[in-house]
Design a binder for this molecule. Sequence first.
Ligand SMILES: Nc1ncnc2c1ncn2[C@@H]1O[C@H](COP(=O)(O)OP(=O)(O)O)[C@@H](O)[C@H]1O
Ligand SMILES: O=C(CO)[C@@H](O)[C@H](O)COP(=O)(O)O
Length: 487
Amino acid sequence: MTLVAGVDSSTQSCKVVIRDAETGALVRSGRAAHPDGTEVEPERWWEALQAAVADAGGLADVAALAVGGQQHGMVTLDPDGAVVRPALLWNDTRSAGAARDLVLELGDGDPEAGAAAWAKAIGSVPVASLTVTKLRWLRDAEPQNAARVAAVALPHDWLTWRLAGHGPGAGAATDAAADAAALAALTTDRSDASGTGYWSPITDGYRTDLLTLALGHDAVLPRVIGPGERAGTTPAGAVLGAGAGDNAAAALGMGMVEGDVAVSLGTSGVVSAISATSTADPSGLVTGFADATGAFLPLACTLNASRVLDAAARMLGVDHDELSTLALSAPAGADGLVLVPYLEGERTPNRPEATGALHGMRLANTTPAHLARAAVEGMLCGLADGLEALRAQGVPVRRVFLIGGGAKSEAVRQIAPAVLGVDVLVPPAGEYVADGAARQAAWALAGTVRPPEWASSSDVLTFTAQPTPHVRDQYAAVRELTATRPA
Ligand SMILES: Nc1ncnc2c1ncn2[C@@H]1O[C@H](COP(=O)(O)OP(=O)(O)O)[C@@H](O)[C@H]1O
Ligand SMILES: O=C(CO)[C@@H](O)[C@H](O)COP(=O)(O)O
């Protein structure tokens, strides 16, 4: 049996699956935690990857692997290939002002013209999550660090490069030419490149002018390779697949086709869909990313998903199962109690400086059950807005899948179809991002035009409910009413 491995280096943890290259059958798996925080030393990801691989029984018998990863994280490398400063993650909002500046600059001072120009240039309007804004923040806040930046990579690019034997401890780079060759070996793929803000899925090319606009100077960018191409090999000789952004990898792992929509409840809440055509939404609600097969992955992403449930459980002093039972014991709409879930600020809608809020409190609805219900509904309302924004871009919505850590909650499963207004399909709990990366590794190994066909589970549960538009209406009435984060 030929084995392949897939890695999901996500916000909260690193997960590894090892599968049969031919059938896709799961052979073994492992995981390790990432540190908390929105600024992380990339070396911690590398350590977690080693630990997760060890937990999965090692890679000695694995013929190929690929890495799926959290998108947008800014990994800056100096001319020697050393990390310049800790990476800023997708959910770090300190670059919100930089995002506003970049939009204004492309619009000659007019925010609407700027948003339209960015959407036309790269398919997305920059918000604090996109790498390009983090580079502008670096230029303004840490000019000495910005000046040292010789290359910019994303988490999955950097891990793939490390797996190929580059970076600290590689030992080979003894002169400037060798260092330059090492940086030139960086690779990425369309899906992750499309989240940088300086690569266009519409023209399939880098916009180095936008990189320079943000950072103040040019830098080496990872070579964008095709989804089934090889990025290289590990020192042990295993083939490295291109890797992908986590949402594109999940789509590949689930075998999504046009008309399929994934609602992912990880740290981020993501509504994403496979599309044959690129999108360019000047409102910024939908980012026009690429997928991991050569098509497109329009996506709406919130900063607040499963951790809203974590926070509600913590406030109530219960575990996730009890939170779910409580939520299901309260009526739809929680008798008017509305939780606006902007605990980390928000990205969609673009409210980086907002905080969360509880509205409509009355004696009758201030019970643990009502609070639990309001938390689940508030989180889902943000995603329902995302689904609507996707539809407004002409993206077909035929089947909606619910995945990610938060999808394990029975309350979420039952309430999602009511709030989203569509039936929701829940595939078996699994690591779909890592699965997609594993399928990509098998693809690179096979060298075929299309990825290998792996059987998908028939064990998919369907959740149906009467739509509850009043829940979204009461949410829409108050979602702007939030306090600003303390500076
Ligand atoms: N039964 C459950 N109900 C609700 N949330 C859960 C449950 N199990 C795990 N989670 C949450 O899922 C999240 C992790 O999901 P995951 O998709 O791995 O996130 P990420 O990809 O962002 O690291 C955590 O916040 C965790 O608390
Ligand atoms: O920023 C995005 C998508 O644009 C996020 O989806 C990140 O890619 C992080 O994913 P999780 O760790 O929450 O799964």
